[in-house]
Design a protein around this ligand. Structure first.
Ligand code: ZN
Length: 171
């Protein structure tokens, strides 16, 4: 057991990079309840019920809960809270750099402006940076919705260096 503890401590101490994490997948069952209550979006009766819904056995079910949990995110502070909590957890596990993916259309199609999403994430990135964690955002667009949908999501005007690290990746 000591060997395993030593190994876990050793792994935690190694510098790591998280290169594939989706914002929408970072919403915890506890946040679904707390943020949902704050916003009047009550998807589950309790944290236990939310946890049970997260206990999936197929990719399809995983993607469904992933999309459902996102419904509680309405304000910049909601996005900031979810991303900051993830960044803190990653940093505690020895992660030094995170590339966080987000899907603007998953939010704009629910009536949440892309600026709301990005303003929240910029706040979370500032929080992470103060804790020594470097972060970048990668914006995903749903191919099936076409390029016009990405444009009408209002994203391009946010691709400013000060606003979004994803600029480098989108050219
Ligand atoms: Zn992915």
């Amino acid at each position: 057991m000591t060997g395993m503890t030593d190994l876990a401590a050793f792994i935690r101490s190694l510098p790591k990079a998280e290169l594939h994490v989706h914002l929408e997948g970072c919403v915890t069952p506890e946040q679904v309840i707390a943020i949902g209550r704050r916003n009047g979006v009550n998807l589950f009766e309790s944290v236990d019920a939310a946890r049970a819904a997260y206990d999936v056995s197929s990719l399809d079910d995983f993607l469904k809960i992933f999309a459902k949990a996102s419904e509680v995110l309405l304000h910049a502070d909601d996005f900031s809270e979810v991303a900051s909590a993830y960044f803190d957890k990653a940093a505690a596990d020895g992660v030094r750099h995170v590339e966080l993916m987000l899907d603007p259309q998953a939010h704009t199609t629910r009536g949440v402006a892309v600026g709301t999403v990005l303003n929240g994430l910029m706040k979370a990135r500032d929080h992470a940076s103060r804790n020594g964690l470097s972060t970048l955002l990668i914006l995903n667009f749903m191919r099936a919705r076409g390029g016009r949908s990405a444009g009408t999501a209002g994203v391009p005007r946010y691709l400013q260096p000060a606003h979004c690290g994803a600029r480098d990746r989108l050219g």
